[in-house]
Every structure is written in structure tokens, then in C-alpha cells.
Design a protein around this ligand. Structure first.
Ligand SMILES: [Ca+2]
Length: 84
């Protein structure tokens, strides 16, 4: 009896792509250096307030589709937090 081979096709049909969702990770540590500091604040300030500034999902910490005072308050709660 010969060895059976299996072929797995992960993307066999176009409808498989519909199962994927866009994932945006939002963190006050915007530059992902494991500490929330002035660098992150300067990046956040560049997108504050939206609208009228262009929407950037990295700064929408509350997740309501706008970047405003609530996002700033959440950012401030984590200022100087880090991982060690
Ligand atoms: Ca950072």
C-alpha cells in the first residue's frame, strides 16, 4: 500500500476571504515601544481633534469613530505606563 499524500487548500474558494475581518489594534502606546510617553502624545496630538482633522483609527482609543476629549482622557490614564 502506497503512502497517501494530502493536499490542503486554505484558500480554495473566493468566499473564504469573506471570513476575514479588518483588525486594528488601538493602544495609547502608539509607536509600540512598550511605554506611553511624550512621543506617543505628540503623535496623538497630531490627530486630535477629528473631525476636522483626518480620521486615524490609531488615535480612536474609545472606538466611537471620532477622536476627541474621551480619547484624550483615556490616553492620559495610561500616560507613563509601560511594560518591563
Ligand atoms: Ca510609546
Amino acid at each position: 500500500m502506497g503512502k497517501r499524500s494530502r493536499t490542503w487548500k486554505l484558500f480554495a474558494a473566493p468566499y473564504c476571504y469573506e471570513k476575514y475581518v479588518r483588525l486594528v489594534l488601538v493602544s495609547p502606546d502608539i509607536d509600540a515601544d512598550s511605554i506611553v510617553n511624550l512621543i506617543d502624545f505628540s503623535m496623538f496630538a497630531g490627530g486630535y481633534i477629528s473631525p476636522p482633522r483626518p480620521y486615524d483609527p490609531r488615535f480612536d482609543i474609545y472606538g466611537d469613530g471620532q477622536i476627541g476629549l474621551v480619547d484624550l482622557a483615556l490616553f492620559a490614564q495610561h500616560f507613563r505606563h509601560g511594560c518591563s
